[in-house]
Design a protein around this ligand. Structure first.
Ligand code: ATP
Ligand code: MG
Length: 391
């Protein structure tokens, strides 16, 4: 049976005069993400995007899965397409919605008629289909206020669309509607989640990763690239910057008082990241930090880290517990990759007793022993970049 998917807008519907800008960004996201499936017609009307596979060989399950990861869509309705006659509406849709009807105890029917020439009005469609469903599924009763399932009939230009249960969309607002942010992406659990969360609020995501070969292996880097690849489903293409960090870490290890090692390293990461952000036209940095999770994530430590930054640092996981971050990581499919046991440059030289309450003046004094600008410039110069593409 021919199917069509209706994508319902979330917050975009409330955007007033800016609505069309958001709409066109979402349409662009949808077109880009469905390109690989071939011939799919994508149109919009009345805060709904209609996605119509034109070729029978297209796997509709896969299309729905893709659509469920596009920010800006709050609900997906998978409909059967039937002839635009009352007879067809009453008879040809039943099999399609049977499973949903069997799982429900109460239902209601809603009808929308964008074709006003259709000889039946919406209340008549509801009455007739309601009666038919009560007949076919005697366990059901009608509840117009809080039904378990709403059967919706849309009578459109050429056909009628009918659906029962709907699927949750990804929510959020379209990627591209909130500027660009540079994500500090490690191989851990938290930073891919942070990237996902910022993309959900409309940010285009670029990523930067610090590697320290030979202390960190090629496989560790491949793991991070794989994480970036997984989140492209949500974020779209990601420009991935890789910064050689070995020399900097060795210098710090040799010359830095142990208790300041972590904080100076993090200030250097921020300095390097913001230079890359400036070059790439990104307006902010993003990290996976969560308040109090480790010594470098106390508020005192963050004050010292952020004092090195001229652009905002967003930490969308800041108020989440580890269990909550893991829940999101599982949902977006990064968790299993994140827990693979490869080393990260941050842990290679980690001192046993980092300061949990560093004081900015002392940090700056510790920093003054180094040729800071030279360290930053060299690292930025030697940074490599590659595109991680959504497939
Ligand atoms: P994650 O799970 O994201 O690795 P974490 O709990 O292990 O975080 P840290 O290792 O202290 O915490 O790192 C804090 C944040 O610093 C990370 O979320 C990430 O944004 C950034 N970060 C850490 N290591 C790297 C790295 N090698 N490259 C890029 N960013 C990094
Ligand atoms: Mg980490």
């Amino acid at each position: 049976m021919k199917e069509i998917i209706l994508c319902k807008y979330g917050e975009i519907a409330l955007k007033g005069l800016n609505k069309s800008t958001f709409e066109s960004m979402m349409m662009k996201s949808i077109r880009r993400r469905l390109k690989k499936f071939g011939d799919i017609r994508i149109t919009k009307a009345q805060s709904t995007v209609y996605v119509e596979p034109m070729d029978e060989s297209i796997d509709v399950d896969e299309v729905v899965d893709r659509l469920s990861k596009i920010f800006g869509i709050i609900k997906l309705c998978r409909c059967c397409v039937v002839e635009k006659t009352m007879e067809s509406i009453l008879n040809d849709s039943i099999e399609y919605i049977t499973e949903d009807m069997l799982a429900a105890r109460t239902f209601k029917v809603e009808a929308k008629r964008s074709d006003k020439l259709f000889p039946y009005k919406s209340p008549e469609i509801c009455t007739e289909l309601g009666a038919k469903l009560l007949n076919t599924f005697p366990h059901l009763t009608v509840d117009v206020h809080q039904p378990d399932v709403t059967v919706t009939v849309e009578v459109r230009e050429h056909n009628a669309f009918i659906h029962a249960a709907s699927i949750n969309g990804a929510g959020g607002i379209p990627v591209g509607s909130s500027g660009k942010a540079l994500l500090l992406l490690s191989g851990g659990i938290d930073s891919p989640v942070a990237g996902y969360m910022m993309a959900k609020r409309g940010a285009v995501i670029d990523a930067v990763h610090f590697e320290a070969p030979p202390y960190t292996s090629e496989r560790a880097k491949l793991k991070v690239e794989k994480l970036a690849k997984i989140i492209t489903d949500y974020c779209g293409d990601i420009r991935f910057h890789c910064v050689p960090f070995t020399e900097i870490q060795e210098t710090l290890r040799d010359k830095c008082p142990e208790e300041y090692f972590t904080i100076l390293m993090r200030r250097l990461m921020m300095e390097i990241a913001q230079r890359i952000a400036e070059k790439e036209g990104a307006q902010a940095l993003v990290t996976g930090e969560s308040l109090g999770q480790v010594a470098s994530q106390t508020m005192y430590a963050m004050v010292c880290t952020d004092a090195a930054c001229r652009i905002p640092v967003f930490r969308p996981c800041i108020g989440l517990d580890k269990t909550e971050i893991i829940e999101i990581a599982r949902r977006i499919d990064t968790f299993e990759t994140s827990i693979l046991p490869y080393e990260d440059c941050c842990t290679v030289f980690t001192p046993k007793h980092p300061k949990t309450r560093p004081e900015l003046g002392a940090v700056i004094t510790a920093q003054s022993r180094f040729d800071w600008e030279d360290m930053i410039n060299k690292a930025v110069e030697n940074t490599s970049v590659k595109m991680i593409r959504l497939e």
